[in-house]
Design a protein. Structure first.
Length: 107
């Protein structure tokens, strides 16, 4: 391991790029693991800053977030760390053969 004080400016910039890339990778992996706690079609809730709680259906996995569609048709991209599963005893959506029915506005 090199002493950081002996590195040139160019070497420090290169090291910085490697550190940033590694941190980005670790964040994406953590986010991916958190996404696996949820399934497409599952009812979830989250609390946007300064707004009332939002409840909706998880419809898509993105690179760092998941897409949640609310009952009113709003689309939210939410970090999985901010999501909670909706208690199955309350806020229940209609189901067909035990599978959630996703309702899209205008259809």
């Amino acid at each position: 391991m090199h002493n950081i004080n002996s590195l040139s400016e160019e070497e420090l910039v290169e090291l910085n790029h490697k550190v940033v890339a590694r941190l980005r990778f670790l964040r994406e992996m953590r986010s991916h693991v958190q996404m696996l706690d949820f399934r497409i079609g599952e009812r979830v809730r989250f609390q946007p800053s300064g707004r009332p709680e939002v409840i909706g259906t998880l419809t898509r996995y993105n690179k760092k977030t998941v897409t949640v569609i609310t009952d009113s048709g709003q689309h939210w991209n939410v970090a999985p760390a901010l999501l909670y599963k909706v208690n199955s005893n309350s806020d229940e959506r209609p189901t067909t053969l035990g599978k959630p029915v996703v309702q899209f506005p205008g259809r």
